[in-house]
Write a protein that binds this ligand. Structure first.
Ligand code: ADP
Ligand code: MG
Length: 527
C-alpha cells in the first residue's frame, strides 16, 4: 500500500459559531465532506444542524470559524452565491411553485430565453434529460401540483442538478415519502454519489442512515462531538453520542430521586392496534392500563407525537383501530377526544397549547367551562376555587390568576397547560414532552403531579426525549422505532443503555444484549 495523501475534502467547516440574541445556536461546528460521499448529519432537535447548513449556504454570516470549499476559503453572502458555487439545499418544504409546469420549476428564476421570448423547446429538452437522470417519467409540461410528493422532490433534485451541483443538502428528505419512493430516492442518491456528487443527509432514521451514508457527523448542544465511518460506529454508540450518554451508564429507577409508585395496573384503558399516521407512524400497538403511566420512547421522527395526536383526535389515522375502555373509539377532533376523557398536552405549548394573552385562570378553565357553568354562566366561586387549587398544587408562580400566561416563565406556562388538562379529570392523559424547557424544581413538581393523577380509573401516556424522565416517570416503557412498536420494557429495572439499544437497533427484532432485566412483553402486547 502506498501512502498517497488523501485528496482534499470538498468541504471543511471548522469551529463555526453562530449566536442569536440570547441563544448560542452553534458553538463549535466542524464538518468535513469528501467528494462523492453521502455524509450524515445527526443531532437531537435544537443541536444546531440547520444553523450549520444555513451558515454554509449564506443564509447567515458566521460569528467565527472557517469554511473551505473546493480548497479555498469561502463565506457565501447569500444562498444564491452558494448555489452558483454548486451547493444546493433541498428543503423539506419544497420551494417550488405548484401551479407552474415541471420545466418552469426546474428553470425557475433563470428561464432560458431566445430574445425576449421563453425558449420552451430548449427548456423542455433539458428538463427531459434531467428527469431521466433522477429516474422519473413525467411530462415536463405538467403542472408540478399534479405530481406526487416523491416526484416533486425529484423535480427539486433535478433543478439542483441543473446548477451543476457538487454538494446536495437534504434535510429529512424521506419524512414525507413512502417506502417505494424512498427506494427511488436512494437509487438517485447512489447514482449521484457514483458520479462524484457529495450529499449531506440529515435524518433521524437510523436504518436509512446506515443504508445510504458512509460517514456521520454528530452535533450536540451546538458542538460537533464526533465524526466517524458508519461502518465503524454501532447504532448504540451513535445514539449514545447524540444523546450525550455513555452507552453503559446504568440508571436504575430505584436510585433516582423521583420514582413512581403507581397503584398497580388494572383494566385495559387504551389499546391501539396497528395504528398508522402515514408516513411517520406505521404500526403502533400500545396498551395502557388504568393505574399506570406508559412512557413512549423513540428518536425524533419515530412517530411518538403522531401517535398521541391520533389518540386524542387531533390527527386522523391512516390505518389501524383504537379501543378505549373496551369499546371501539375513533375521535375525529380533540373535542371528541375530550368528550371521551382523553386529553393531550402538546409538545409545543406556544403554538398549540396556551393562549398567551389570556389569563392563567382562563387558560386553566378553558376546557371545562361547561362543567363549571350553570345555564351558560360560569360560576365564579367554583372557578376561583378550582383555579386556586391548581395554582397551589402545582405552585404556579403568577402575580395573580388574572396575569396573562405569556408573562409567565416556561415552567409556569407548562404547569398551566397541565392544570388545564388535569382540570378535565381525564381518563387518559397524553403528555408530549411535558417538562421541556422547564427548570429542575418545576420538573419535579410536574412529575409528582402527573404521578398522583393516576389512579384505579386513570392512565397516562408520557412522551419524552429525556431518558431519565421516561424511566423515572413511567411504569412501563414502550419503544417506537421508525414508526413501529418494537418493545415494552419495565421501567423499574431498565437502564438508559437498554432503552437506547431498542431505539437504535435495526431489523425487526430488538437485539438482546444479554441483559434480561428488560422484560419483553411484545408477543402478547404488540400483536
Ligand atoms: P436543529 O436543526 O439541529 O434542530 P437548529 O440549528 O435549528 O437545530 O437550532 C439550534 C438552536 O438555535 C436551537 O436552540 C434554536 O432554538 C436556536 N435557533 C435557531 N435559529 C434561530 C434564530 N433564527 N433565532 C434564535 N434562535 C435560533
Ligand atoms: Mg433543523
Amino acid at each position: 500500500m502506498t501512502d498517497s495523501p488523501p485528496p482534499p475534502p470538498l468541504l471543511r467547516m471548522s469551529g463555526v459559531r453562530k449566536s442569536f440574541t440570547g441563544t448560542i445556536a452553534l458553538d463549535h461546528g466542524d464538518l468535513e465532506v469528501r467528494r462523492g460521499e453521502v455524509h450524515a448529519l445527526m443531532g437531537q432537535n435544537g443541536a444546531g444542524k440547520s444553523t450549520l447548513i444555513k451558515v454554509l449556504t449564506g443564509v447567515y454570516p458566521a460569528d467565527a470559524g472557517d469554511i473551505e470549499y473546493e480548497g479555498t476559503k469561502v463565506a457565501f453572502r447569500s444562498p444564491y452565491e452558494a448555489q452558483r458555487a454548486g451547493i444546493s439545499p433541498i428543503y423539506q418544504e419544497i420551494n417550488l411553485v405548484p401551479q407552474r409546469s415541471v420545466m418552469e420549476n426546474v428553470f425557475l428564476a433563470r428561464e432560458l430565453r431566445r430574445g425576449p421570448l421563453l425558449d420552451r423547446a430548449r427548456m423542455r429538452e433539458q428538463t427531459t434529460a434531467l428527469l431521466a437522470l433522477v429516474g422519473i417519467d413525467v411530462d415536463p409540461g405538467a403542472a408540478l401540483e399534479q405530481l406526487n410528493t416523491a416526484q416533486q422532490q425529484m423535480v427539486a433534485i433535478a433543478r439542483a442538478l441543473s446548477f451543476d451541483s457538487r454538494l446536495l443538502i437534504m434535510d429529512e428528505p424521506t419524512s414525507s415519502l413512502h417506502d417505494r419512493e424512498v427506494e427511488t430516492l436512494f437509487g438517485v442518491i447512489r447514482a449521484l454519489r457514483d458520479a462524484g456528487t457529495s450529499v449531506i443527509f440529515i435524518s433521524h432514521k437510523l436504518d436509512e442512515l446506515y443504508r445510504i451514508c458512509q460517514r456521520v457527523t454528530i452535533l450536540r448542544d451546538g458542538r460537533t462531538v464526533a465524526t466517524a465511518d458508519l461502518s465503524e460506529m454501532s447504532r448504540l454508540d451513535l445514539v449514545a453520542t447524540m444523546l450525550g450518554r455513555a452507552p453503559d451508564a446504568i440508571s436504575q429507577a430505584g436510585q433516582t430521586a423521583f420514582s413512581r409508585r403507581g397503584p398497580g395496573p388494572g383494566r385495559v384503558l387504551l389499546q391501539t392496534r396497528d395504528v398508522a399516521v402515514e408516513p411517520k407512524l406505521r404500526r403502533a400497538n400500545v396498551t395502557v392500563r388504568a393505574g399506570e403511566v406508559v412512557g413512549i420512547a423513540g428518536l425524533l421522527g419515530s412517530g411518538r407525537t403522531e401517535l398521541a395526536e391520533a389518540v386524542c383526535g387531533a390527527t386522523p389515522m391512516s390505518g389501524g383501530t383504537l379501543e378505549l375502555d373496551g369499546a371501539p373509539y375513533r375521535p375525529s377532533s380533540p373535542r371528541e377526544g375530550l368528550d371521551h376523557g382523553v386529553v393531550l398536552t402538546p409538545e409545543d405549548r406556544k403554538t398549540e397549547g396556551l393562549v398567551g394573552l389570556m389569563s392563567v385562570r382562563e387558560n386553566i378553565t378553558l376546557s371545562i367551562l361547561g362543567r363549571i357553568s350553570r345555564w351558560g354562566v360560569v360560576r365564579r366561586a367554583e372557578e376561583t376555587r378550582l383555579v386556586q387549587e391548581f395554582m397551589d398544587q402545582l405552585s404556579i408562580k403568577a402575580s395573580s390568576s388574572a396575569q396573562p400566561v405569556a408573562e409567565l416563565s416556561g415552567g409556569n406556562q407548562q404547569k398551566v397547560l397541565l392544570a388545564r388538562a388535569l382540570a378535565v379529570r381525564p381518563q387518559l392523559l397524553l403528555l408530549d414532552e411535558p417538562t421541556r424547557g422547564v427548570d429542575v424544581g418545576a420538573k419535579r413538581e410536574i412529575q409528582e403531579l402527573v404521578s398522583r393523577s393516576v389512579d384505579d380509573n386513570r392512565g397516562v401516556v408520557l412522551i419524552s426525549s429525556e431518558m431519565e424522565e421516561i424511566i423515572e416517570g413511567s411504569d412501563r416503557i414502550h419503544i417506537l422505532r421508525d414508526g413501529e412498536s418494537v418493545a415494552y420494557l419495565d421501567a423499574r429495572s431498565v437502564s438508559n443503555a437498554q432503552i437506547m439499544i431498542y431505539m437504535a437497533s435495526g431489523g425487526s427484532e430488538p437485539e438482546d444484549e444479554g441483559d434480561t432485566s428488560a422484560t419483553m412483553h411484545n408477543h402478547q402486547e404488540l400483536r
